[in-house]
Design a protein around this ligand. Structure first.
Ligand code: NYM
Ligand code: MG
Length: 206
C-alpha cells in the first residue's frame, strides 16, 4: 500500500497558510485522495490549552517553557501523524517545528538550543514557505490580537525562516491571488504524493 505525503505550510502570521491548507485538503479530497488538515499548535489538547492561554495573554510563561510546550505539542501528535501517513492519508500541516524555532529565536533564544527539542520528529516530504513583506501582511485583517503579532518581531521571524530554509523548500509569493497560489500548491503536492508513495516514513528532523 502507498503511504501518505506529509505536506507542510510555513510562514509568518497572516500569509494565508490556513486558507491554503484547507483548500489543498479539499482539492486533494475531490481528486479522490484521503487528506486531512493538522494545525500546530493543536490547541485542543491539554498542552494546547496552555499554549492558547499564553498566546491569548491570559498566562505568562518564560520563553524556554513555552518553547518546550510547543515542541511537546508536536511530540504528543507524532504517533497519530505517522499512523495516518502509513494508512495512506495525506497530511496537510499548518505550521511545524520551523515556526517553533523561528518564533522563539526571534525573541532572543539561541537558535541551536531551539532546534534541540524537535530533533528526531517526522520530517515533512514537501514544505511550502508562504512569503510576503511584513508590512503587507500586517494590513490583513485580525492582526495584533495575539502575542507575537507585531511588526518588529514578525520581521525577525521572517529572517529566521529564511535562515532555516532547506534547499528543497518551495518559496511561494504569498501576495499572489488565492487561486494562483492554490494551483501551485496543488501541482507540487500531486508530484510529491507520487514520489513518496513507496518510500519509508522520514524521521530525523532536522
Ligand atoms: N508558534 C507556533 C510558535 O511560537 N511556536 C510554534 O511551535 C508554533 C507551531 O504560535 N504566531 C506561534 C506562531 C503564531 C502562534 O499560531 C499561533 P497560529 O497558526 O496563528 O494559530
Ligand atoms: Mg495566528
Amino acid at each position: 500500500m502507498s503511504r501518505g505525503a506529509f505536506i507542510l505550510l510555513e510562514g509568518c502570521d497572516r500569509t494565508g497558510k490556513s486558507t491554503q491548507a484547507q483548500m489543498l485538503v479539499d482539492r486533494l479530497t475531490q481528486l479522490g485522495h484521503r487528506a486531512i488538515l493538522w494545525k500546530f499548535p493543536d490547541r485542543t489538547t491539554g498542552i494546547g490549552h496552555m499554549i492558547n492561554g499564553y498566546l491569548a495573554k491570559h498566562q505568562d510563561l518564560n520563553d524556554q517553557a513555552i518553547h518546550l510546550l510547543f515542541s511537546a505539542n508536536r511530540w504528543e501528535a507524532v504517533e497519530q501523524l505517522a499512523n495516518h501517513l502509513r494508512s495512506g492519508t495525506h497530511l496537510v500541516v499548518d505550521r511545524y517545528a520551523y515556526s517553533g524555532v523561528a518564533f522563539s529565536a526571534a525573541k532572543g533564544l539561541d537558535l541551536e538550543w531551539c532546534k534541540q527539542p524537535d530533533v528526531g520528529l517526522l520530517k515533512p516530504d514537501l514544505t511550502f514557505f508562504l512569503d510576503m513583506p511584513i508590512q503587507a501582511s500586517m494590513q490583513r485583517g485580525g492582526f495584533g490580537e495575539e502575542r507575537y503579532e507585531k511588526e518588529e518581531l514578525q520581521t525577525r521571524v521572517r529572517d529566521l525562516f529564511l535562515k532555516l530554509r532547506e534547499p528543497d523548500w518551495k518559496v511561494v509569493d504569498a501576495t499572489e491571488t488565492i487561486d494562483q497560489i492554490h494551483e501551485k500548491l496543488t501541482k507540487a503536492a500531486q508530484e510529491t504524493i507520487q514520489t513518496v508513495a513507496s518510500r519509508e516514513l522520514q524521521y530525523g528532523l532536522w
